[in-house]
Ligand binder design. Structure first.
Ligand SMILES: Cc1ncc(COP(=O)(O)O)c(C=O)c1O
Length: 397
C-alpha cells in the first residue's frame, strides 16, 4: 500500500470522525427480522431495514433459496449471453413481468446495475434524460454514463418538469423514483404520465421502495395511482420488500428487454443473479400474492407508528409509503440521535449530508409487517425518552 495515500485516507477518516459524520457498520449475528442481535448493542428492534413485509427470513423464501442452491449450484460462472441462462431466471422474469403488468422483464444483480444498464442504453446521443433531483444515486450515476443530454427538475415540481420537456432534445425520457427513499413521498405519477404523453416522452419509474408496499395488492406506485399500462419502463429491486437479498430488474416491452440483452453493459459484462437469490425472490413474490395480510399489517403498523410519533410531538414528513422520516437538523445530530436510540434498543438510522441536503438530516423510520404492537410501543417509548434528552421534544413536566 502506498504510504502517503494511506496517510491521506486516515486523515480524511479522522476528519469525518471529528465532524461526527463517520458511519459505523453494525454487526448482526441473526437474520433480518423485527429484532436482530447486534454485537454492539444486543437484542434490538429494527426500524431501519427495507424488510417491509418481513420476507427476508420467511420460511418459504429460505426453503426456496436452499432448493435453488441445491438444484442449480452457485451459478453459471459467467455472464448469461456467454454461458447460458438458468431456467430459474426465466421463471423469475416471467413472474416479475406478469406481476407488475409488463410484457417482459430482465433481472440484474441489483437495481443499481439495472439502472446503470438501462439508462445509458436508452439515453443515447441525441436524446434527453429528464430526472427528478431527488432520484436515487443509481439513477444519477446511470444518467452520468449516458450520452444523452441530461436535465434535472426540482423535486416533485411539475412546472419545472414541463420546462425540461420543452427544452429536451430528441426523444425525452422522464426518470423518477416511485417512492423517494429519503422523503417517503410518492412521485406525482398521474401528472408525470400526463406530461410525458403531452410531449411524447418515455416514462421510467424506479419503484424500489414501492414494489411490494404500495398499491392495493403491493404492485407498487403505478398500482397506487391506478396507472397500469401507462408507464413505459419499470425498474426495481429484489433486495427490499421482495425477499431482501439482492437483485434488480427492468420491466417493459419485449423489444426493450431484447435490446437490454444486446446492449446493456451491466448485463453483458456481469454475472447473473445467483440461482439461490433468484429462487428466493420468486418465492417472495408468491408469498406476497398469497398473503395479503402482510401488506395490511404493514399499513396498520405505519398508521400506528405515525400517530404515536405525532402524539409525542414529532412531526414526521407526510407520505403514503412505509418510510417515515423525521427531520432533526444537522448530520452529526442525526447520527448522535440514532446512536442514542440504539442504546435504548432501537435500530434506526440517521441520514445526513451528502445523502440529503445540508441542514435537513433526518432519522428515517422504515416500517415492517414483522413488527408487533409491543415492539412499536417500546420503540415509541425510546423515541420519547431520547427526543426529550436531545431537546426535540419539550422536557417532561
Ligand atoms: C430508488 C432506488 N433505486 C435503486 C436502489 C438500489 O437497489 P439495489 O440495492 O438493488 O442495488 C435503491 C436502494 O436503496 C433505491 O432506493
Amino acid at each position: 500500500m502506498n504510504r502517503a495515500f494511506n496517510r491521506d485516507l486516515i486523515a480524511e477518516l479522522d476528519a469525518l470522525r471529528s465532524a461526527g459524520t463517520y458511519k459505523r457498520l453494525r454487526h448482526l449475528t441473526t437474520p433480518m427480522d423485527a429484532h436482530v442481535r447486534m454485537e454492539e448493542a444486543g437484542d434490538v428492534i429494527v426500524l431501519s431495514s427495507n424488510n417491509y413485509l418481513g420476507l427476508a427470513d420467511h420460511p418459504d423464501v429460505i426453503a426456496a433459496g436452499v432448493e435453488g442452491l441445491e438444484r442449480y449450484g452457485a451459478g453459471t460462472a459467467s455472464v448469461r449471453f456467454i454461458c447460458g441462462t438458468l431456467d430459474i431466471h426465466r421463471r423469475l422474469e416471467a413472474k416479475i413481468a406478469a406481476f407488475f403488468g409488463f410484457e417482459a422483464a430482465l433481472t440484474y444483480v441489483s437495481c443499481w446495475t439495472a439502472n446503470e444498464g438501462l439508462l445509458p442504453t436508452v439515453g443515447v446521443a441525441g436524446t434527453t434524460l429528464v430526472s427528478d433531483e431527488f432520484n436515487h444515486a443509481s439513477i444519477i450515476d446511470g444518467c452520468r454514463l449516458a450520452a444523452a443530454k441530461k436535465m434535472r427538475f426540482k423535486h416533485a415540481d411539475m412546472a419545472d418538469l414541463e420546462r425540461c420537456l420543452k427544452g429536451a432534445e430528441g426523444r425525452a425520457f422522464v426518470v423518477t423514483d416511485g417512492v423517494f427513499s429519503m422523503e417517503g413521498d410518492a412521485a406525482n405519477l398521474p401528472e408525470i404520465v400526463a406530461l410525458a404523453q403531452k410531449y411524447d416522452a418515455v416514462t421510467i419509474v424506479d419503484d424500489s421502495h414501492g414494489a411490494g408496499v404500495m398499491g392495493a395488492t403491493g404492485r407498487g406506485t403505478i398500482e397506487h395511482f391506478e396507472l397500469g399500462g401507462k408507464v413505459d419502463i419499470l425498474t426495481g429491486t429484489l433486495g427490499k420488500a421482495l425477499g431482501g437479498a439482492a437483485g434488480g430488474f427492468v420491466a417493459g416491452s419485449g423489444a426493450l428487454i431484447d435490446m437490454l440483452i444486446q446492449r446493456s453493459r451491466t448485463q453483458l459484462f456481469s454475472n447473473a443473479l445467483p440461482a439461490t437469490v433468484a429462487s428466493s425472490a420468486l418465492s417472495a413474490i408468491e408469498v406476497l400474492e398469497t398473503h395479503p395480510e402482510l401488506l395490511a399489517k404493514q399499513r396498520e403498523n405505519v398508521a400506528y407508528f405515525r400517530a404515536g410519533l405525532e402524539r409525542l410531538g414529532f412531526r414526521p414528513l407526510p407520505g403514503p409509503s412505509a418510510i417515515i422520516p423525521i427531520i432533526v437538523g444537522e448530520t452529526a445530530f442525526a447520527i448522535a440521535m440514532s446512536d442514542r436510540l440504539l442504546r435504548e434498543g432501537v435500530f434506526v438510522t440517521g441520514f445526513g449530508y451528502p445523502v440529503v441536503p445540508e441542514g435537513s438530516a433526518r432519522i428515517r423510520v422504515q416500517m415492517s409487517s414483522a413488527l408487533e404492537r409491543e415492539d412499536l410501543d417500546r420503540a415509541l417509548a425510546a423515541f420519547e425518552k431520547v427526543g426529550r434528552e436531545v431537546g426535540l421534544l419539550a422536557a417532561a413536566s
